[in-house]
Design a protein around this ligand. Structure first.
Ligand code: S3P
Length: 425
């Protein structure tokens, strides 16, 4: 069903958003690995995080809401129950991080996923986990289902990431947590570092490379986690505020981890007025309030190194770019083609409905010219971030617009529409 968005006049107010999805996955996983009870405050209510929880339920962990926190009972080192097939839903993070844990368990397991996840590449985790001695099979196209057989020969490696990916990095680190010897992962372009921070892993910077070390001594024990609010979710409301006249918005306790704040840096370089306040740090993760006001934006060149940092924000950044002065161009972002949908193709198809010139490239796209057709119906392609980006764009059009299959936003933010309503007139 299509969802209709009316054009809005201005944005005003404050938002408290759910916990960051990446940190939430990891808080659930580390609590599940630990032996006993852990607590998580401000866990994300995203369907993706529920997929991670449901896999760990099948592995014998339990979850219970307890005075605004999630109470998790974990199983301890290699003590999970042998599960029936584990369904990762739409969540790449669940499937890939779980693979790293399951190769080190004393039982066989299978991971499946929904239609979209079943088309996404798994070779990127199968390669390093096989190099570690894991026994892990996929379809001939290197997609789910993934089948894992217990291995006697799991061993430490040094792995140089061929693609900047926190999911691949984390899969190797999670397997390495089960080994006495030291595993290391080397990355040339930093990707999000929540796994390293929450586990306090030793990380060295040498010759412009990050090297992260892990072994059994880093295996998590019971803890109390605090999850700051999700900057990727905040990005939609930030762009809406910047592009609306006479608008102001405060977004509280947002994760400001430097491997995630590229969107704020890029928007600031485009002229955005975004201030930070009340900065704090818990468990190595920085967070604080963001104060956003209407701004006149101009397009800038987006450097290659920042792409992994803003990869989830490119759909909404392209909406900022459409309204900014000059042409908007993204390159070096081929990874967008293997997200929940091919996001390069999805953005280009939707932008073309509006009338500007759109040039699609293998690793990005360019948008120039202005909006000619108002009141379009955009396709979400079943992808939460495409749905929210074009929901925001519709709200910015005088006559509004429609987005198909908007319900898919539940994958990262089930409350998106209520949040939007609470800050717009
Ligand atoms: C994530 C890492 C990123 C990101 C995804 C969440 C994570 O994927 O796009 O939404 O939590 O580790 P890649 O690691 O594949 O780049």
């Amino acid at each position: 069903m299509d969802l209709r968005f009316q054009g809005i006049e201005k944005v005003n107010g404050a938002l408290e958003l759910p916990g960051d999805k990446s940190i939430s996955h990891r808080a659930v996983i580390f609590s599940a690995l630990a032996d006993g009870t852990s607590y998580i405050e401000n866990l994300s209510n995203a369907d993706d995080v529920k997929s991670t929880m449901s896999c760990f339920k099948r592995l014998g962990c339990s979850f219970e809401k307890s005075s605004g926190m999630l109470k998790v009972t974990g199983r301890g080192f290699r003590k999970f129950n042998k599960p029936e097939a584990l369904f990762a839903g739409n969540s790449g993070t669940t499937a890939r991080l779980l693979s790293g844990i399951l190769v080190a368990q004393p039982f066989a397991s299978v991971i499946t996923g929904d239609e979209s996840l079943s088309m996404r590449p798994m070779k990127r985790v199968v390669d390093p986990l096989s190099e570690m001695g894991g026994i892990i099979k996929t379809t001939p196209k290197f997609t789910l289902p993934v089948s894992i057989t217990p291995s006697e020969g799991l061993h430490a490696i040094e792995y140089r990431l061929p693609v900047a990916s926190a999911q691949v990095k984390s899969a190797v680190l999670l397997a390495g947590l089960h080994l006495e010897e030291e595993t290391s992962v080397v990355e040339s372009i930093p990707s999000r570092d929540h796994t390293e921070r929450l586990l306090s892993l030793k990380t060295l910077e040498e010759d412009g490379l990050n090297k992260i070390y892990v072994s059994r001594k880093d295996y998590p024990s019971c803890s109390e986690y605090f999850v700051p609010s999700d900057i990727s979710t905040a990005a939609f409301f930030i762009v809406l505020t910047l592009l609306s006249e006479n608008s102001n918005l405060v977004i509280r306790n947002i994760s400001l981890n430097k491997t995630r704040t590229g969107i704020i840096e890029v928007l600031r370089s485009m002229g955005a007025n975004i201030q930070e306040d009340n900065l704090k740090t818990k468990m190595g993760e920085e967070y604080g309030d963001l104060i956003v006001s209407s701004s006149v934006l101009h397009n800038v060149e987006i450097p290659k190194e920042v792409i992994p940092n803003i990869i989830d924000e490119i759909p909404i950044l392209s909406i900022a770019g459409l309204f900014a002065e000059g042409d908007f161009r993204i390159s070096n972002a081929r990874e967008l083609r293997v997200k929940e949908t091919d996001r390069i193709s999805a953005i280009c198809k939707n932008m073309r409905l509006l009338g500007p010139d759109v040039t699609e490239e293998e690793d990005g796209f360019e948008i120039s010219g202005s909006i000619k057709n108002e009141n379009p119906t955009f396709d979400s392609f079943g992808d939460h971030r495409i749905a929210m980006a074009f929901g925001i764009l519709s709200s910015l059009l005088k006559n509004g617009g429609n987005v198909s299959d908007f319900d898919c936003v539940r994958i990262s933010n089930p409350d998106f529409l209520n949040q939007l309503k609470s800050i717009t007139n």
